[in-house]
Design a protein around this ligand. Structure first.
Ligand SMILES: Nc1ncnc2c1ncn2[C@@H]1O[C@H](COP(=O)(O)OP(=O)(O)OP(=O)(O)O)[C@@H](O)[C@H]1O
Length: 790
């Protein structure tokens, strides 16, 4: 009998007479919980000591402040800053500060890393005796932050440290030194439970001379089965080996990750941001940008990074609010698919180039002046319409952004006027006098009110919104888009813009307008920004206030993030989630923010809602440049039970014939349900939704065609907060305990990418799925829509 006491499920399906162990399981479990509690108590005692140390530092620092010499002040600031950061992190209310443990055999070379743990992955020769017995040589606890004991031995290893990697990477096939892997569940200071996996079940392992106990039902399955809320949880205690490879991939260039629905791409992207910051904080001081497709996905995911101990350096932005910092605009609405196709197309770049220059000649604010008249030395000097046109052509010969050409326009106008006065010929033999005369002329004329007013009207500083507004005029747009867009597309675009914007560009913007606006911003050129106030020497002290209450901390956190977003237009690392959905124009917008960055790009071509994947791929290549790329694939679906995945796989086979679906790891025994709508669709949706709410504890997502979004909200409003009504494009990236998909045919017919959009809708549920068919779904006797039949 191996010297192992089982406190529950046997690892990896090895049932060794576990039933016979009966009631004794609970006592083993309780004892293990007690032992982890002792460790957690020790961790908190140490944390308290460290908090006292930090507080002492602060106190000491403020005393130094009273000395008042500049040197003492600077030193005090530095000390307060360091102590502030330290205290802030320790004070963070992590729900489960400590979440893992590994018990290891002795390491091969006996050397220890900076965190005090052995560095070798492989066991020492002789760590396992001939009779398969072995002693646990090292126990490491893994948590959200590293904590060293007073003697520098590791009490908790940071999950991102190299020593923690075996916690994620070891498997029974390649266990390395890990004998037992334990997930610890705690709340505040209390340990609630432990779950073990035995990675070397063939061994008779002893810890401190006693049998090594094994407890639990498998942490991963426990995590996956939990009810979903409206915000995503971190997966730090159950990251799987293939995911860990991505999270810890070197950030030298472009890391590309593909994987089907539910394979953890979003989770991995967020954990990777935390890992990169841990691993090289200085390098990523330039900020990490995470681009998400929708505001819903941003609010679903934005709690994950603070729970991993990271924030501030990371900005999570929806595509619709990416241009906020440069163009001051965020989108509030969606375009119909046929409009989005035009606005997102790469051809829009050419249209916008023409528009940016064309808008100058159009006299958007007031009729364009046809004559420039100034008075110099008592005489009138004039440029007529032809002469002005020539000057304009000369200026536009340059490549600078249009607004930045204004100084050049001013100079060439003065040149032309000077030429007209005959001034250039006045002092042929005295260059110095000629130069002085010209200088006097420039000074006089360029400060004259009539000249300034002319310049403002003739070469106005255009705003992106103004140019977008100018495109609401179909005839004008047709001129700018000649031979680029088809006449039908011009009409579609002008109409769609006109529906929301006034001719001067005011009004709500759509998500796709944002990329156009950002492009215009680049084409027009941004005027210099007003200088920000320089930080004073005492500004760091605001860090102290953060430490007082959670509310203060949150306010400070938000303000810091806002300041960061406001000031930063380029980032050190860019993470693109749901990358398959970016339009070519959106790729350009994102690309501008990472011109010198390293990248992580995650996505799934099978979920793409963009109708022309080749065009988008080209734009993506351009944004990522020639940097070398490393590709990873995630293959396991952690979200959908196998019973639901089978149904989605049928749509995948239609949407992307030949592509392999991810493997679902869970099974609930519950098949998807089918029902057919009655004459009142709203009533049928409400009834089906109410039924699902009765079956799950957590959230319900009701996915309808985009065109039905608003009605669906009204239908479902009476059912309360657990229900969310989603247009098919909004469902991207989200998940719910239960999903109700309304009329698959309607969703599929809404756009050329409709089948892929339907595939997204069918892969949102963690437990239950109901499909509600309407007449156009051609349901069979069981209510199964034509599209979903085998
Ligand atoms: N290792 C893991 N341990 C626990 N839960 C996990 C793990 N990996 C993924 N999950 C869970 O599986 C679900 C799906 O993950 P995620 O949303 O990151 O997948 P995705 O690949 O981005 O999916 P989609 O392509 O559909 O947006 C989430 O609830 C996530 O927390």
């Amino acid at each position: 009998m191996p010297a192992i006491a089982y406190g529950g499920r046997l690892p990896y399906g090895q049932q060794k007479g576990a039933a016979a162990l009966g009631a004794q399981h609970n006592s083993v479990r309780d004892q293990e919980i007690r032992s982890e509690q002792q460790h957690l108590d020790q961790v908190y005692r140490r944390l308290e000591e460290k908090i006292h140390e930090a507080e002492f530092l602060m106190d000491d620092a403020s005393k130094r402040g009273q000395v008042g010499t500049p040197g003492a002040l600077a030193e005090r600031d530095a000390q307060v800053f360091r102590a502030g950061i330290h205290l802030n992190r320790l004070n963070s209310e992590f729900e489960d500060f400590l979440f893992g443990r590994i018990d290891l055999l002795a390491g091969k070379d006996g050397t220890r890393g900076p965190d005090g743990a052995y560095t070798s992955v492989e066991p020492a020769d002789g760590a396992v005796r001939d009779d398969k017995s072995a002693d646990i040589a090292e126990t490491l606890h893994i948590g959200r932050l590293g904590v060293l004991d007073a003697d520098f031995s590791p009490l908790v290893i940071d999950w991102r440290a190299p020593a923690a990697a075996p916690f994620y990477r070891s498997t029974p096939v390649a266990p390395g030194r890990v004998v037992r892997r334990r997930v610890i569940r705690s709340k505040g200071r209390r340990v609630l439970g432990v779950e073990d996996d035995l990675l070397r079940p063939e061994l008779t392992a002893r810890l401190d001379g006693a049998a090594l106990p094994v407890v639990g039902d498998g942490a991963l399955m426990a995590a996956l089965g939990r009810a979903r809320s409206h915000s995503m949880r971190d997966i730090v205690s159950s990251i799987q080996a293939e995911q860990d490879m991505v999270i810890r991939a070197p950030a030298a260039s472009v890391t590309e990750v593909e994987g089907g629905p539910g394979t953890g791409k979003t989770a991995v992207a967020l954990h990777r941001a935390a890992y990169l910051l841990y691993q090289d904080r200085r390098r990523y001081a330039g900020g990490i940008l995470i681009v998400s497709p929708t505001p819903l996905l941003v609010s679903y995911t934005e709690g994950v990074l603070p729970s991993l101990g990271e924030e501030g350096q990371v900005a999570i932005r929806a595509l619709g609010s990416l241009a906020e910092e440069t163009a001051g605009a965020a989108a509030t609405t969606y375009d119909a698919q046929h409009v989005a196709r035009v606005k997102g197309s790469a051809r829009m770049l050419k249209v916008l180039r023409k528009a940016a220059r064309g808008a100058l000649e159009t006299g958007l604010r007031a009729p364009l002046p046809e004559r420039l008249r100034v008075v110099f030395g008592g005489a009138r000097v004039e440029l007529d319409a032809d002469e002005l046109r020539t000057v304009r052509q000369q200026v536009l010969g340059g490549t600078a952004p249009v607004n930045l050409m204004r100084p050049r326009a001013r100079k060439l106008l003065l040149d032309a006027l000077w030429h007209k006065t005959g001034g250039a010929r006045r002092y042929p033999d005295d260059p110095q006098l000629a130069a002085e005369a010209r200088e006097g002329f420039d000074e006089d004329v360029s400060t004259e009110d009539s000249f300034l007013a002319f310049l403002d009207a003739w070469w106005p500083e255009l705003s992106p919104r103004e140019v977008l507004g100018a495109m609401t005029d179909e005839a004008r747009l047709a001129r700018w888009a000649r031979r680029i867009l088809r006449p039908g597309e011009v009409r579609t675009l002008a109409r769609a813009l006109r529906a929301r914007l006034t001719p001067d560009g005011q009004g709500p913007l759509s998500v796709h307008d944002i990329a156009l606006l950002d492009e215009l911003r680049a084409l027009l050129g941004a005027p210099p920004r007003p200088k920000k106030r320089e930080a004073g020497p005492l500004d760091h002290l605001t860090g102290l206030e953060e430490l007082t209450t959670a509310a203060d901390r949150n306010t400070a956190r938000r303000e810091r993030a806002e300041r960061l977003a406001e000031e930063r237009t380029e980032y050190a690392h860019v993470i693109v989630d749901e990358a398959q959905d970016l339009t070519p124009m959106q790729w350009r917008m994102v690309g501008r923010r990472g011109r010198h960055a390293t990248w992580t790009v995650v996505g799934d071509p099978a979920q793409s809602s963009w109708s022309d994947p080749d065009e988008a791929a080209e734009a993506r290549d351009e944004a990522l440049g020639k940097r070398p790329r490393r590709r990873f694939e995630l293959t396991v679906n952690y979200r959908n039970p196998a019973e639901l995945a089978v149904l989605a796989d049928r749509v995948l086979a239609l949407a992307m014939p030949g592509s392999a679906p991810p493997r679902a790891v869970r099974s609930t025994g519950v098949e998807p349900a089918f029902t057919v709508a009655g004459p009142d669709l709203g009533a049928s949706v409400r009834e089906a939704a109410a039924g699902l709410l009765g079956e799950v504890e957590g959230t319900l997502g009701v996915v309808v065609a985009m065109a039905r979004r608003e009605e669906a909200r009204a239908w479902l409003a009476p059912l309360g907060e657990r229900v969310v009504a989603l247009g098919s494009l909004e469902a991207k990236g989200l998940e719910y305990d239960a999903t109700l998909v309304v009329s698959p045919a309607e969703i599929a017919d809404e756009s050329p990418a409709g089948l892929r959009v339907l595939y997204v809708a069918l892969t949102r549920a963690t437990q239950r799925l109901t499909v509600l068919a309407a007449a156009r779904d051609l349901p069979d006797a069981e209510g199964v829509p034509d599209l979903l039949r085998e």
